[in-house]
Write a protein that binds this ligand. Structure first.
Ligand code: GLY
Length: 370
């Protein structure tokens, strides 16, 4: 007999696990299908930044969505710790965008101006004030843009905590590859996992960079592509760093453990999961330019993952037009960790309360059908 559920969540990354947790808390019978272990792809490959300000270039609905999601993190961190005993290392030190030259300063001044205009906290610092926050900065750093409200978490730990919390709420986890989204006419009826069907009235497509391939199994077009991001992880950093650092196009994210993650590339190379010499050199050059002491610490690991990219760089969240029961929750590109809590809340509001609290118009899958 086929397995049944109220909702099948396809994909066990941070988005799928957050949704499974939220829906199970909302009283639905959830089955999450993941071919690997929860969080084994992009969700663990990222650096865990919750940086709506550093990672936005203008106000608008996407920034509003990011800010709404970031606001959910303090309670989520507490709740996950209470329920699972796992500390997701929610860090609130803020972001220093370091200036090495006049071009950096001009970019920083412009960002500071629009962000303040939008009511966000942003401050231009001279060298002395930047050094007061991070004493290891190099002699090349002439100032910085300080964004105190950009934060970060330990993202692999976050996904594990969400998966554990979902399991505690009796979400079922199935390990296997979804080979088809099943439909009868204009209704979704479940998914096929290997040779078996899991029947459900609703399917949430949260398969990250693989979402387009899965949509195609139901005859649907969803133009999600993988965008590779590489990272190098340094360890044994002698002084504890308390801020995210940005320098040029690179970022440095400190972990409580004494690691610093340096990234990331943004590459349209398909599903080729390679780490390349030229990218690692660029990361190390940037890291040592801003904090020379990092030249003396060991490299712990390098890795790459695939961000799910939609052509307009907005996430795809909401019901699929013309196929009842299918809901998209994908395309989060560079902000999957940040956007997971609000995405999960919106999917719960769609499937349980039938009243989303946020205007989803800019994020609906409809936009690709015209
Ligand atoms: N959010 C950082 C990145 O995608 O590289």
């Amino acid at each position: 007999m086929a397995r049944t559920a109220d909702v099948v969540v396809v994909g066990g990354g941070v988005i799928g696990c957050a949704i499974a947790y939220e829906l199970a808390k909302g009283g639905l019978g959830v089955t999450l299908v993941e071919r690997g272990t929860p969080g084994c792809e992009a969700s663990s490959a990222g650096a865990g930044m919750l940086a709506p300000q550093a990672e936005s270039s203008a106000p608008g609905p996407l920034l509003a969505l990011k800010l709404a999601s970031k606001a959910l993190y303090p309670d989520l961190a507490f709740e996950l710790s209470e329920r699972t005993g796992l500390d997701i290392e929610y860090e609130t030190g803020g972001n220093l965008h370091c200036f090495l030259d006049e071009g950096d300063e001009a970019v920083g001044r412009a960002a500071c101006a629009w962000q303040r205009e939008a009511g966000l906290k942003a401050e231009l610092l001279g060298r002395a004030d930047a050094l007061a926050l991070e004493p290891d900065l190099s002699a090349e750093v002439r100032g910085a843009l300080f964004l105190p409200d950009d934060h970060w978490v330990n993202n692999p730990r976050l996904v594990t905590a969400l998966a554990n919390a979902a399991a505690q709420e009796r979400a079922a986890f199935v390990t296997g590859e979804v080979t088809a989204i099943l439909r009868t006419g204009d209704r979704v009826t479940g998914v096929r996992v290997g040779d078996e069907a899991v029947r459900s009235a609703a399917v949430v497509l949260a398969a990250g960079a693989w979402s387009g391939q899965l949509a195609a199994t139901a005859g649907l077009t969803l133009p999600i592509q993988p965008v590779r991001g590489q990272i190098v992880c340094l360890e044994g950093v002698p002084r504890r760093h308390h801020h995210l650092l940005h320098v040029k196009d690179h970022y440095l994210v400190p972990r409580v453990s004494g690691q610093i993650l340096v990234g990331a590339s943004v590459e349209w190379v398909g599903f080729v999961k390679q780490v390349t010499a030229e990218q690692i050199r660029a990361f190390l050059d940037a890291a040592m330019r801003v904090v020379p002491a990092l030249g003396r610490v060991p490299i712990q690991a390098t890795w790459a993952g695939f961000r799910p990219w939609a052509p307009d760089e907005r996430p795809v969240i909401g019901p699929w037009p013309g196929l009842d029961g299918l809901v998209a929750a994908t395309g989060h590109f560079r902000n999957g960790i940040l956007l997971a809590p609000v995405t999960a809340r919106l999917i719960r509001e769609l499937l349980v309360d039938h009243a989303p609290s946020f205007d989803l118009t800019p994020f609906l899958p409809d936009r690709f059908l015209h």
